[in-house]
Write a new protein. Structure first.
Length: 159
């Protein structure tokens, strides 16, 4: 079974959403045979990736950074989507952190990078804004020698 993980920004400019979605569909739809998708189901890239993977019949493994992870969702829509996707997961991995901290996010991100065959990064190419951010997880995966597919519209800036 091919295992594809995701790391990505929570905030994706609306103008970029169609290109990001098309990029994720190209990656996830281009694999014959069984597929496992690994995601932390954060708002933005993680949820989009997981929803598309499920559309393509992938098994979903959810990697939850902390015990209070649900408290980190800024709005009810993101939390509702998280709960819906989590219910559809085939497997769940919960990191041993009671609180959502940068260390918890780093642990979840590196778990995904370690476990996948390929990492998809919805990433603007800039350094991470904090420990455990997208840029740091991309660097970690590359240091492991994992293939990384970056999806981001050229010239687009994040908020």
């Amino acid at each position: 079974m091919k295992r594809i993980g995701v790391t990505g920004h929570r905030s994706i400019p609306d103008a970029c959403l169609p290109q990001v979605e098309a990029g994720l569909r190209a990656v996830l739809g281009g694999h014959p045979g069984p597929l496992e998708a690994l995601s932390s189901l954060a708002d933005g890239a993680d949820q989009m990736f997981a929803a598309i993977a499920l559309e393509y019949g992938a098994e979903l493994t959810v990697v939850i950074p902390s015990g209070d992870y649900e408290d980190t969702f800024r709005d009810g829509g993101g939390l509702a989507a998280y709960r819906r996707l989590r219910q559809r997961a085939t497997q769940e991995v919960v990191m041993a952190f009671p609180r959502s901290t940068d260390e918890a996010y780093y642990a979840a991100g590196t778990y995904i990078a370690d476990a996948c065959d390929r990492l998809v990064a919805v990433w603007d190419g800039l350094p991470a804004r904090g420990h455990g951010g997208t840029g740091e997880i991309v660097a970690y995966a590359r240091a492991l020698g994992k293939p990384v597919t970056v999806i981001w519209p050229e010239g687009a800036a994040r908020d």
